[in-house]
Design a protein around this ligand. Structure first.
Ligand code: HPA
Length: 241
């Protein structure tokens, strides 16, 4: 048990999917896992452990923004020994060729700062995804008839952005999309020898102002869960073949 997770030590799997929204964690666990059991509900941040194709998996909310995600990822990695963390969430598109509903797989995540910036100090660390997970996710998406956008994203500290000049520069430098968690997740995974990836669906577009309604967001969420699960176990199932 940790400050924010009430689960007994053996009740969290080595592989964890991290949606921002705890209700999405519940929906994903009940929809995709066999025998899901509630393992955490401290502060309403729900976590469930079950199995997917015989593999143990936990699906746990991360909350919104890097400080919240950092708390859960730290406790999951350091106290529960989690080895693989895949964020599944939404993002805002920053390029004209990235459309609503599209899947973005984050190869790297830029930021102005993360909760880890105080440790890294003057270093502009480049948080990047685990190659095996990234490769597995691209293959899983393609197998489902989805052509994902793969590249750099921006992990922002704000949803209500007051810096159009910054958005312009990030867009000019080819950044695919903005969200609020991946840079810290990748940095923590790097620090502790874990694997991490963010698989995202475009819920709004910064250039056109279009946005998905909540029902449309739900349907694209299912694809992300399956891509995340397949990527997490890709190497192991290939090895077993
Ligand atoms: N900004 C930041 N985070 C987001 C956005 C956005 O436009 N859309 C989804 N997550």
């Amino acid at each position: 048990m940790t400050v924010h997770i009430a689960a007994e030590p053996n009740r969290i799997a080595e592989t964890v999917l991290l949606p921002g929204d705890p209700k999405r964690a519940e929906w994903a666990a009940r929809s995709f896992l066999d025998a899901p059991e509630l393992v955490n509900d401290v502060r309403g941040m729900l976590g469930f452990t079950g199995t997917w194709q015989g593999h143990r998996v936990t699906i746990h909310g991360s909350g919104m923004g890097m400080p919240s995600l950092s708390i859960y990822a730290n406790e999951l990695i350091r106290d529960y020994g989690v080895k693989t963390l895949v964020r599944i969430g939404s993002c805002g598109a920053m390029q004209a060729h990235v459309g609503l509903h599209d899947v973005v797989i984050a190869m790297s995540a830029s930021s102005i700062s993360t909760p880890s910036s105080t440790i890294l100090r003057e270093v502009n660390f480049a948080p990047c995804a685990d190659w095996g997970l990234l490769h597995g996710a691209v293959a899983a998406a393609k197998a489902r008839g989805i052509s994902p956008h793969v590249g750099g994203i921006y992990s922002s500290d704000t949803f209500y952005d007051e810096r159009p000049d910054l958005t312009e520069q990030m867009t000019r430098h080819g950044t695919l999309a903005v969200e609020m968690e991946a840079a810290e997740l990748y940095t923590l995974a790097a620090r502790h020898g874990a694997r991490a990836l963010a698989v995202l669906t475009v819920s709004d577009h910064l250039q056109t102002g279009e946005a998905l309604d909540s029902q449309a967001r739900e349907s694209s969420f299912g694809d992300m869960v399956e891509i995340a699960l397949e990527s997490a176990f890709a190497e192991r199932s290939h090895a077993a073949q």
